[in-house]
Design a protein around this ligand. Structure first.
Ligand SMILES: [Zn+2]
Length: 333
């Protein structure tokens, strides 16, 4: 059992790692053991062939690429995975497209023939929950934050348009609305394995859900924690900074961020806090100085928020947007 490990996949003990490759999953699918299939050889073979790794006993993770979604990566940029209990399986996040969801189905089928009882979306962003289409029509409960149905209604059509433009192989991708919502906290039992789902006040988005596996101590933070990649603000800066105080359970043994490698989580959390607190401080100061939003982006766009800002992955792509989001929130303080 790997209880703790520093961030970085290379640090995972090779003897403990259990990889599931697309070809193996496809072979099992062909043998009639799978409910899904694998898209090796298709246009988004890269997305479908990224390996799943057993990071804790019965918990499988596929790391997303630390990139913006594009045709080359097929939208496989977020961490997705599944948990196997004695009676059934829960999928947690399913990727950007039906095709990613189908690769997840194949990975599940390659390790167990237990039914999939739950499909969890950790928030509204399409890189996490739009692979649900592959699970649509199954008997599984589709679980999300109490705000997720409204958020999907508001943004779903726009996200589908974006995905269709960015990802040539997004065909068949659709919005799947939760059938079960989490008000504050929900326990689901996979058989000898209880997962605790927590619905957070607005932070990264207004529909953030985390998952704690009591059996192994694995905490799935999803996008309330970014490792190495710049955090993106789409909910509440004040809410996110507050949420970080209690985000990681004291007994968490392994923390899975929404983007980046799993680890003990606290160092990544500290770095994220520095960035977000620095962003708040800098934008507040700009507002106090009478700068408008455009002037603030111009003034802060090159790394005024936190000393190591520029060392984050995808900094150029996302820092300006974070300033805009922070300004829109803070100008009404
Ligand atoms: Zn997100």
């Amino acid at each position: 059992m790997i209880a703790r490990r520093p961030a970085g996949l290379s640090s995972v003990a090779p003897t403990r790692r259990r990889f599931l490759h697309c070809s193996a999953a496809a072979g099992l699918a062909g043998a009639g053991l799978a409910t899904g299939f694998c898209l090796c050889g298709s246009g988004d073979a890269r997305a479908a062939s990224l390996p799943f790794e057993e990071v804790e006993d019965g918990v499988f993770l596929r790391l997303g690429r630390q990139e913006m979604a594009n045709a080359d990566n097929g939208g496989a940029i977020a961490n997705i995975g599944f948990v196997v209990g004695a009676a059934s399986v829960a999928a947690i996040d399913t990727g950007s497209t039906r095709q990613e969801g189908e690769a997840l189905l194949a990975a599940i089928a390659s390790v167990t023939d237990k039914p999939i009882s739950h499909v969890i979306a950790t928030h509204v962003h399409p890189d996490h929950g739009f692979g649900h289409a592959a699970f649509a029509g199954s008997d599984a409960d589709f679980i999300g934050h109490r705000r997720l149905p409204d958020a999907l209604t508001e943004r779903g059509p726009f996200y589908l348009e974006q995905l269709a433009e960015l990802l040539p192989d997004a065909e068949g991708t659709e919005v799947v609305t939760p059938t079960v919502t989490v008000e504050d906290r929900l326990e689901i039992d996979l058989g000898d394995r209880v997962l605790v789902l927590t619905a957070w006040p607005a932070a990264h988005t207004d529909s953030d859900l985390t998952m704690f596996d009591g059996k192994t101590g694995l905490f799935w933070a999803s996008d309330l924690l970014f490792a190495d990649r710049l955090p993106t603000l789409d909910g509440s800066l004040a809410g996110w900074i507050a949420a970080m105080d209690t985000l990681i359970p004291a007994d968490a043994a392994l923390v899975v961020p929404g983007h980046g490698a799993p680890g003990e989580g606290r160092a990544a959390l500290m770095r994220q806090r520095d960035y977000l607190a620095g962003l708040r401080q800098a934008v507040r100061a700009a507002i106090d100085d009478g700068l408008d939003m455009t002037e603030t982006v111009a003034a802060l766009g090159d790394g005024a928020s936190g000393s190591d800002s520029r060392n984050w992955l995808l900094y150029e792509e996302n820092h300006g947007r974070n300033i805009v989001a922070a300004y829109a929130e803070l100008e009404w303080e």
